[in-house]
Design a protein around this ligand. Structure first.
Ligand code: ZN
Length: 426
């Protein structure tokens, strides 16, 4: 509507102008350098209008001709970038679906087109990972470290590669860098703590633990368990260096962190006994036995009664076992001390209870001993021994969750595979 009005207005003005010019046909004479032009005003105006249009057309022509190369390069650049990003997206999709060959091809294409390793680093790294090319992968991760947005992935990737090649010191260093950038990353805090505990880097591990707690990087129970393990490691190290008082402090801290961490309780009780604090050791052992009976606690308890005779020993063990009378470990311990005190009936009763709960080889052997020592019944003894060959269950032991290694003695790191905190009593 507005354009129509403008058109009508312009047409009106043009017609009015033309009419006015026809009514006032003036003449113009131009003299210049010996030239002379005689014409009318309408003709001159028409000439000027044509000249204006011609100049405008020429201007557009010149701009089109001289701007062409720049526009051509620009359009090529945009086209290359477009193809590069398309290759990047397709490559990431291929990597996600596990197509190593296609991912690698598209990674090279994206690399060539985009010419920015920081942008294509993730795809090339994934392609190298899929094709198992660790050297290229390492190069890529190193490139990624240089860019803020991908530095975390670079450090984490380098840590995993180092771990794979068995270079645990480098793995610890790279995981440490990654942890500084993203403490809450899944699985990272646990991996770093394992490496630090294995290396005995206690102070660093405690620092990581504090950050992990602040940032909720680990479940609360896991935090407590790991803290107890680190404190036990510190206590054992202090003990090796001859610093018993410091070792005791740390062992007690480990027990406070995880009140059912048997190796820490056993160590604390042993150190208390050695420092003349038998009563405190006893209360520690009894409280632990009540919640989680374990042979280490019974051994610590028996050590408190040095020099006792066999009957006194029976009384001592009875006092502990009363705290948790159903424990098979308690029954076996009572059977052993009863046998030593020649209390056959009592020994047999406890062994038969242990047999119901956990018929280990040791229980059958003790039953054979009772037959032999009480009744001199060799046939009955042999029967128990034979039954142990078919009916016995394995003795509980510290078992590594990483490699399955069994060991009678607890260790912060598995003696077979070196994994930290993986030994469980089973
Ligand atoms: Zn192991």
């Amino acid at each position: 509507m507005r354009r129509l009005l403008a058109f009508l207005l312009l047409t009106g003005v043009a017609v009015a102008g033309a009419v006015w010019l026809a009514d006032h046909p003036g003449e113009v004479t131009i003299r210049w350098q010996g030239w002379r032009i005689d014409t009318t005003v309408p003709v001159l105006l028409a000439f000027l209008a044509v000249l204006l249009v011609a100049l405008s057309v020429l201007n557009r022509l010149v701009r089109t001709v001289f701007g062409a190369p720049g526009r051509w390069f620009e359009s090529r650049r945009v086209g290359r970038q477009h193809k590069g990003y398309a290759a990047l997206a397709d490559g990431l999709a291929a990597a996600a679906s596990g197509d190593a060959l296609r991912a690698g091809k598209l990674a090279r294409k994206a690399d060539r087109l985009l010419r920015d390793p920081a942008v294509t680093g993730l795809l090339t790294a994934q392609a190298a990972q899929l094709s198992g090319d660790d050297d290229q992968l390492r190069d890529r991760y190193r490139t990624m470290i240089g860019r803020k947005e991908t530095a975390f992935l670079g450090h984490k990737g380098l840590a995993e590669l180092a771990l794979k090649s068995g270079d645990r010191d480098s793995a610890r260093a790279e995981a440490g860098q990654a942890f500084l950038l993203q403490p809450g990353a899944e699985g990272l805090a646990g991996m770093l703590l394992d490496l630090q505990v294995e290396a005995g880097a206690w102070a660093e591990a405690e620092q990581v633990l504090r950050t992990a707690r602040r940032r909720n990087a680990l479940p609360v129970a896991d935090l407590a368990r790991r803290r107890a393990l680190i404190l036990l490691g510190r206590a054992e190290e202090a003990l090796r260096a001859g610093n018993e008082a410091q070792a005791l402090d740390w062992a007690l801290d480990a027990r406070d962190a995880d009140p059912l961490f048997i190796p820490a309780i056993a160590l604390a009780a042993d150190l208390l006994r050695r420092r003349g604090k038998g009563r405190k050791a006893a209360s520690l052992l009894k409280a632990a036995f009540k919640a989680a009976p374990h042979p280490l606690l019974i051994a610590g308890w028996q050590a408190l009664g040095e020099g006792e005779n066999a009957l006194e020993r029976v009384k001592r063990v009875q006092e502990l076992v009363q705290a948790n009378p159903a424990s098979p470990d308690g029954h076996v311990a009572l059977a052993e001390v009863s046998l030593a005190a020649q209390l056959w009936g009592q020994a047999r009763t406890h062994l038969l209870k242990a047999l119901e709960q956990r018929p280990t080889r040791a229980v059958f052997q003790l039953l054979a001993r009772v037959e032999r020592e009480e009744r001199k019944d060799e046939a009955a003894a042999t029967a128990w021994v034979l039954r142990s060959g078919t009916d016995s269950v394995p003795e509980p032991s510290w078992t590594c969750g990483g490699c399955g290694h069994h060991t009678p003695d607890f260790a912060v790191s598995c003696p077979a595979c070196g994994a930290a905190g993986r030994l469980e009593w089973t």
